[in-house]
Design a protein around this ligand. Structure first.
Ligand code: CO
Length: 467
């Protein structure tokens, strides 16, 4: 009897290359295999997300919407999928509903049909509006559980969260294990329970960082998961994901394999060659990194913090920093570490360690996190920390969310002042401006001059991207 074909989402075009070469892959290096990827029979191709959108404008002098057009041109049969940071869309702050709606409408129109929507705190209020807009357009709204471990994150917590995501209208659900924390047997039990408690399809997204992913994916398959995320072999493992070909080989014998392994090999060979162009962006990890299992610090986050310490000539503080991150996490109610909470916790840990005193200097974003501005905290905030924040907290700094019309006017004026054509008239150009104002200014100026100035100054915390 032939087994039913397992549904696989190929992530090389987004998370695979994001995890291994810091999202630097240019569209021209993807084009040669897009039509081959379309032939594999994946349930979807993950092609877009916050970091890739950002990198297109910031480093690659590419319009992310043009990239999407290219995907749509070559990929005719496979669904395109993106990752969305709830109300923050692909950016770093909360946007007005008019902006969220315009972004989703345009993304859907340009070819995205599955929207995986997450919130770093797992606050469903932060993903609700996006889910509703995606449903309104007729897309697949995929709610997300950002997986983490802590005393408050037990099975009961996850089931309750999954149910509430289904209740607000999500059409599918993903377990997103960005740090590779999900152990195979725990994953097996969790998936079994979730499948019993919800009716929408369940997807698993886990990373190989800690070396658990292959076993966890196989156990997830045995538990009845509906869809697994993998990355083509030459962009797999390390900070990335289980290799597509390996996973298929775990499930099928040669004679009953519904996937064309030769086709997959061709795709893998292409990306193998291309990867050499980006060696400067490769991480330093060898084999697996168990820091996450030991200290709950995502690998990518740790290597960036290490680099910052080296730049400050404070390498000797690394151990203190590694110890400090889980302590802060406990103080702020065990938030999962994923964009933007990973940046916020990492930056505060750095301050605490450099000051040699905890919470002597408070980052504004950290104060906002404690005060619930990013959403509901999963656990309890430490009492001492609350006292410290109370003393320092200045009200009335609520950022005003600008409406589409206000952004449009501002962008139109900018174009006028710089003798550019009025880019604000096109939705997708306007969205670029709204989401990445500074980078877009440089990007559209360079269109005029036909040259591109690399933006050197990094946005603070940029390197701490975790999804
Ligand atoms: Co990921």
């Amino acid at each position: 009897m032939t087994k039913q074909k397992i549904k696989i989402t190929e992530v090389v075009l987004r998370d695979g290359q994001q995890s291994l070469i810091a999202s630097r892959m240019k569209t021209k290096d993807m084009i040669p295999v897009l039509s081959l990827l379309d032939k594999v029979g994946y349930s979807s191709l993950e092609v877009w997300g916050g970091a890739t959108y950002d990198c297109c404008l910031r480093y690659l002098n590419e319009d992310p919407w043009d990239r999407l057009k290219v995907f749509k041109k070559y990929i005719k049969n496979t669904k395109l999928q993106m990752l969305l940071r709830g109300k923050n869309l692909v950016g770093y702050k909360e946007y007005d509903d008019s902006v969220i709606s315009l972004f989703i409408k345009n993304s859907f129109r340009e070819g995205i049909s599955i929207f995986r929507i997450f919130d770093s705190l797992n606050d469903v209020n932060n993903i609700k509006s996006s889910i509703e807009y995606v449903n309104k357009e007729g897309g697949n709204s995929q709610g997300t559980i950002c997986y983490t471990t802590s005393p408050v994150h037990d099975e009961k917590y996850w089931i309750k969260l999954a149910k509430s995501i289904e209740d607000i209208g999500a059409k599918s659900l993903a377990i997103k294990d960005m740090a590779g924390l999900l152990r195979p047997n725990i994953g097996f039990e969790l998936i079994k329970k979730l499948k019993k408690n919800i009716n929408i399809p369940l997807h698993l997204h886990t990373h190989s960082t800690t070396g658990l992913a292959d076993a966890t994916n196989l156990k997830a398959y045995e538990a009845g998961i509906d869809n697994i995320d993998t990355s083509i072999s030459s962009f797999s493992n390390l900070y990335a994901h289980t290799a597509t070909e390996s996973f298929i080989s775990m499930i099928y014998k040669d004679k009953d394999n519904p996937f064309d392994m030769k086709l997959l090999t061709k795709i893998a060979e292409h990306f193998h060659t291309v990867r050499d162009n980006y060696s400067e962006f490769e991480g330093s990890m060898r084999g697996v990194d168990i820091n996450m299992l030991l200290y709950q610090v995502p690998g990518g986050m740790l290597s960036i913090l290490e680099k910052q310490l080296v730049d400050l000539k404070k390498q000797n503080k690394l151990k203190d920093l590694i110890d400090e991150i889980p302590r802060i996490r406990e103080d702020v109610g065990y938030v999962p570490l994923v964009t933007p909470s990973s940046q916020i916790v990492g930056a505060q840990a750095l301050m605490n360690v450099l000051d040699n005193k905890r919470y002597q200097t408070l980052n504004k974003e950290f104060v906002d996190l404690v005060n619930g501005k990013y959403g509901e905290i999963p656990g309890k905030i430490d009492k001492e920390l609350l006292k410290r924040i109370d003393k320092n907290y200045i009200e009335n700094d609520n950022p005003i969310k600008m409406s589409i019309d206000e952004y449009k006017k501002e962008f139109s004026n900018y174009c006028k002042q710089n003798n550019l054509k009025d880019f604000s008239k096109k939705d997708t150009d306007l969205l670029n401006y709204i989401l990445f104002t500074k980078e877009s200014k440089d990007f559209y100026l360079s269109k005029n001059k036909n040259t591109h100035n690399d933006v050197i100054g990094l946005q603070e915390g940029f390197g701490l991207f975790v999804e």
